[in-house]
Design a protein around this ligand. Structure first.
Ligand code: FAD
Length: 390
């Protein structure tokens, strides 16, 4: 059997939530180990659009709610980290755009006019025109209104790579996880046959949390999965665009982000309403057709004749909510030595880490002495869908 280990905090799951938390804990002097079964970020994180929401999208149907206010601080915290001046040094992470845009293809519906005029939004949302428009919208045929949101878009692969660097020697590639009990108490995990004791165990395994809870014989918290059917478009004629295109309803008609591919072409990654219920019901060919139609209507000047299309099915994992309501905060359930959670958004990874740190603080969990870990098998970094699909 492999050598037994001990640590302060044992984290399961190396997506953005586990990796961000790991880096924060290490910066505070805690010993940590993080177990990843597949690839770092390869779950939802590298499949995300990388938008660091400040809450504006969620306030489209009215004033900002209390919950949206909680997310409002995230762009500042990320910006400071990206400037090398925040809670983590993320200065090597690529910023894809320092703004995300709201784009209304027609005239604004009445409720949106009042939204943009509302006090909560003023100062955070400015209308842009002419050369200030995103490159893909700078065309004589473009009609409509565009608002600049103070929300960033980060290149998630470079974020995951940096967080893996900050993890130092704490990463462990392993598959089988069993509870480690002593006198009826959970004292750690048996990971691929190796006993790892810890003061606290954090499950941040995205959709993997549900099975882990079952194997630990823990019933709560429940998990919900929200399926999406995203579309990727790759081509020479694409220019960068980071925008929610508004339809009639509270949800964006499409949300476009643009990602660089290794051969220098841009990949448009399309989510929003297109990727939700009706999109999930479509097969790949029908979903590509629907995306072509949307882009043809919204951006008729973009030549897509030689563009390549592909789709990606992925599920968002979140704490169970009645009616599949979208949670607006990171979620952490705290059960003695076992902490379980979902950030619910990449943008909320700092909030997830805060919640774990608050729980450690409250319970008086301090860094203790542990032997340095031996050389451990290290998980690889996840690849994006556009690297593997085209
Ligand atoms: P994950 O990234 O899924 O990581 C969980 C990790 O745990 C995985 O690496 C997995 O392999 C590992 N794991 C699972 N089970 C085990 C086990 N038993 N043992 C060991 N390891 C295990 N959020 C935003 O803020 N902005 C966006 O623009 C945005 N766009 C999105 C677009 C899409 C299409 C999707 C699907 C999500 C988007 N999100 C966005 C949400 C965001 O991606 C997620 O909230 C976030 O990435 C979740 O991070 P995580 O670390 O909890 O989970």
């Amino acid at each position: 059997m492999s050598q037994a280990l001990s640590t302060d905090v044992l984290i399961v799951g190396g997506g953005v939530a586990g990796l961000w938390l790991n880096a924060r804990l290490r910066a505070k002097g805690y010993a940590t180990l993080l177990v990843e079964r597949e690839s770092l970020g390869g779950g939802q994180s590298v499949k995300s659009q990388g938008i660091i929401h400040g809450g504006a999208k969620y306030a489209l149907h009215g004033a900002l709610s209390g919950a949206s206010e909680a997310i409002a601080d995230m762009p500042r915290r990320w910006r400071e980290a990206l400037d090398g001046d925040g809670e983590l040094d993320l200065s090597s992470v690529r910023l894809l755009s320092d703004a995300h845009y709201l784009w209304s293809p027609g005239t604004l519906a009445g409720n949106l006019t009042s939204f943009f005029a509302s006090k909560a939004v003023r100062g955070r949302v400015d209308q842009v025109k002419g050369e200030q428009l995103p490159p893909a919208l700078q065309h004589p045929k473009f009609k409509g209104k565009v608002y600049r949101l103070a929300e960033l878009v980060v290149d998630v692969p470079s974020l995951i790579a940096r967080l893996a660097e900050l993890a130092g020697d704490s990463l462990l590639a392993a598959d089988d996880i069993q509870p480690l009990h002593e006198n009826g108490q959970l004292v750690g995990l048996r990971v691929d046959g190796r006993d790892i004791r810890a003061q606290r165990i954090v499950l941040s395994a995205g959709r993997g949390n549900a099975d882990l809870l079952t194997s630990l014989n823990v019933a709560q918290p429940g998990q919900q999965l929200r399926p999406l059917h995203m579309v990727m478009v790759k081509g020479r004629t694409l220019k960068p665009l980071y925008a929610h295109c508004l339809g009639g309803g509270p949800k964006p008609r499409i949300t476009v982000t643009s990602h660089p591919s290794a051969d220098g072409e841009w990949v448009w990654y399309l989510g929003g309403d297109l990727a939700e219920a009706d999109g999930v019901a479509r097969d790949e060919a029908a979903q590509i057709d629907a995306a072509r139609k949307e882009l043809g209507q919204l951006l008729p000047w973009v030549d897509l004749s030689s563009a390549k299309f592909a789709t990606l099915r992925v599920e968002r994992a979140e704490p169970a909510q009645s009616g599949l309501v979208r949670p607006d905060n990171a979620f952490l359930s705290d059960q003695g030595p076992l902490l379980v959670g979902w950030p619910t958004k990449l943008a909320l990874a700092p909030d997830f880490a805060d919640r774990v740190l608050n729980s450690l603080e409250r319970d008086g969990i301090r860094p203790a002495d542990h032997d340095a870990p031996p050389d451990l098998p290290r998980p690889v970094i996840g690849r994006t869908a556009w690297e593997t699909s085209f």
